[in-house]
Design a protein around this ligand. Structure first.
Ligand code: AMP
Ligand code: MG
Length: 418
């Protein structure tokens, strides 16, 4: 028999959101590490610490155009030096600067041995742009100023990125600068996506009376990609016993997680629970203390973890943010914590009941520039239009007392890509 989670929060028949999330994550682990190109690593997670191969910069370099010299030779305005060479980016001057000598230098060029200061080109009078020119100093330079010392940014051998780090474009740039072309990554998890329902038609087909376009799978597919996973669409299972198992077992590649939408209640036309029970799997059939979002199914089918989301588009989308996103992160080798901020309510809200509420909202700024949350007027969980135009969810704990305009609430900022 499926088990409903009970427990904390004084709501014995409803499972708190945090408890549901930790139970879902408990059984998930990433696959075996593989070496892959950094250029394709956006959203992937490092499977090992990454040490710098190169120091950045590898040599002391000039931060400005000017002349490299010895500061002791430039102690007074009016001193003059003899230009003996040029150091440009990619074409270092290889000698040693001696007393009374200067080397013309450009931004990014190696500072020659012997030099310890850069005189800005606007602070000198040079007799010509040729070697042998007399360079008179108008402004005394500071020792070390405008020289980027070797290893200023990164030192070879140092750990620059830790295992478990998800790669952003800027971290890919860092690893590349430090001498890497590939790195060890956890594989992108393959997430099966299955819709259920006799009323569904595939995107592109014209729905007849009583039918609707199946949008959940498209949403979840985009969602999985944006979270760094690989979506595997498994189509639409009709409302008959066994259909969802047939579809799952026809998956073209091995799956790390299966997500279903719809058919999760115990109505005459809902078969997900019975189908899963028939496989002998241990099944969690939870009424989660959240709105939108109950019910939620959790279990394994043929050993593959399964998350059964509600059918209503907004319910499945909110559950994807709360449960699927951390699940993909865990399967990818990282952790995901939702980004919560405090905001002032633009309008009042009535007392909340025993379910944690996720209100579709617009996050903006009030006249003082502080975060302000405006709940959407209609919160029906079928309304994908309202969700699509929201940029945040106001999160109200169970039994939250009534709120007035100006009161503080916690807000989950929706990822702009999700
Ligand atoms: P169910 O949980 O199967 O009763 O579905 C609840 C609601 O969600 C129904 O109105 C369904 O039509 C709708 N729904 C179920 N699956 C999808 C889907 N793939 N795309 C859009 N809406 C869906
Ligand atoms: Mg259905």
């Amino acid at each position: 028999m499926p088990t409903n989670g009970g427990g904390a929060g004084g709501t014995p028949d409803l499972l708190p959101v945090a408890e549901a999330r930790s139970r879902i994550l408990a059984g998930l682990t990433p696959g075996a590490a593989e070496t892959s190109p950094l250029a394709e690593a956006i959203g992937r997670v490092l499977a090992a610490d990454l040490a710098a191969r190169l120091s950045l910069p590898a040599d002391p370099v000039s931060a400005m155009d000017g002349y490299a010299a010895r500061s002791e030779d430039c102690a007074a305005a009016g001193s003059s030096l003899t230009r003996i060479g040029e150091s440009a980016a990619g074409r270092p001057w290889t000698g040693v600067i001696g007393p009374g000598e200067a080397v013309r230098i450009f931004t990014g060029a190696v500072v020659p041995d012997g030099a310890d200061c850069i005189i800005l080109q606007e602070d000198v009078e040079a007799s010509s742009e040729e070697d042998g020119a007399i360079v008179s100093i108008r402004e005394v330079p500071q020792k070390g100023r405008f020289i980027r010392p070797e290893g200023l940014d990164v030192t070879a051998g140092d750990i620059i990125l830790a295992e478990g780090t998800m790669m952003s474009a800027r971290l890919i740039a860092l690893a590349t600068s430090a001498g890497h072309v590939t790195a060890s990554f956890y594989p992108r998890p393959h997430i099966g996506i299955l819709s259920t329902g006799d009323e569904l038609v595939s995107p592109g087909d014209t729905p007849a009376r009583g039918q609707i376009v199946s949008s959940n799978a498209t949403y979840l597919s985009a969602f999985v990609s944006a979270c760094g996973g690989v979506p595997v669409e498994l189509g639409i299972a009709r409302d008959r016993p066994g259909a969802m198992l047939d579809a799952l077992r026809a998956a073209p590649v091995p799956l790390d997680l299966v997500v279903t939408t719809g058919g999760a209640s115990v109505g005459t036309h809902d078969h997900v629970v019975d189908d899963l029970s028939s496989t002998g799997t241990e099944l969690g059939f939870w009424k989660i203390a959240m709105r939108p979002g109950k019910p939620l199914i959790h279990g394994r089918v043929d050993g593959i973890p399964l998350l059964g989301l509600p059918g209503n588009p907004v319910s499945s989308a909110v559950c994807a943010n709360i449960f699927l996103r951390p699940a993909i992160a865990r399967l990818s080798g990282s952790d995901h914590a939702p980004e919560m901020i405090a905001a002032r309510l633009a309008t009042g809200l009535p007392e909340n009941d025993r379910r944690q509420d996720y209100l579709r909202a617009t996050l903006s700024h009030d006249d003082d520039g502080l975060p302000q949350a405006t709940p959407a007027r209609q919160q029906d969980s079928s309304m994908i239009g309202v969700y699509a135009n929201a940029n945040a969810l106001i999160v109200r704990p169970p039994f939250d007392p009534p709120k007035s305009a100006g009161d503080m609430v916690m807000v989950l900022r929706l990822d702009p890509l999700l």
